[in-house]
Design a protein around this ligand. Structure first.
Ligand code: HEM
Length: 147
């Protein structure tokens, strides 16, 4: 189970990396259409949250420490913050869909929070690997004691 945890945590980090890539794809797309950020929105609203949820269940089954279980569900919470940032930014536009200084100040936080998600995903992977290697060390100790 701990190896599954490591594998899924690695997959999550890759999905977050892809999220930045898709943000770049959307930014360079010409002409800008509703679909420019399609892969970014799908990955952000579906893949990353589902992975975070599954990883948290697996962390619990793998008997990870409470702090690591909490860290595992954090990307899901931070994705909700990502959406709230966009909702608030849109609410602060000038009424015709154009940005204002206030809406831009809020939208910029979406990139900063994205970095936080990347950091948390990295910490989850590091924690999962530590847990798996502690598991391996314990197994080796027990094997050495009984042989
Ligand atoms: C882990 C990192 C990120 C996550 C989880 C994430 C998540 C999301 C989600 C779920 C949406 C769709 C919101 C909606 O359509 O209601 C979105 C839209 C968007 N994101 Fe991100 N995002 C991340 C990082 C970034 C970064 C680094 C940038 C750019 C620097 C960025 C730029 C945008 C833009 C421009 C939109 C489109 C907003 C619009 O349609 O008005 N995102 N993001």
């Amino acid at each position: 189970m701990r190896r599954v945890y490591v594998a899924l945590a690695g997959l999550q980090l890759l999905a977050v990396l892809a999220q930045f890539y898709f943000a770049g794809v959307g930014a360079f797309d010409r002409p800008q259409t509703d679909g420019s950020y399609g892969p970014h929105a799908t990955n952000g609203m579906m893949i990353i949250p589902v992975l975070s949820l599954v990883i948290t269940v697996v962390a619990t089954l793998a008997k990870a420490p409470g702090r690591l279980i909490g860290l595992s569900i954090l990307p899901l919470g931070l994705v909700v913050v990502q959406m709230l940032i966009i909702i608030l930014g849109r609410a602060l536009d000038d009424g015709t869909g154009n940005t204002t200084a206030a809406s831009l100040a809020v939208f910029g936080l979406h990139a900063v929070n994205g970095l936080a998600i990347m950091g948390v995903a990295g910490k989850v992977l590091a924690g999962a690997r530590k847990l798996a290697s502690a598991d391996g060390a314990a197994t080796r100790t027990v094997t050495a004691q009984v042989s």
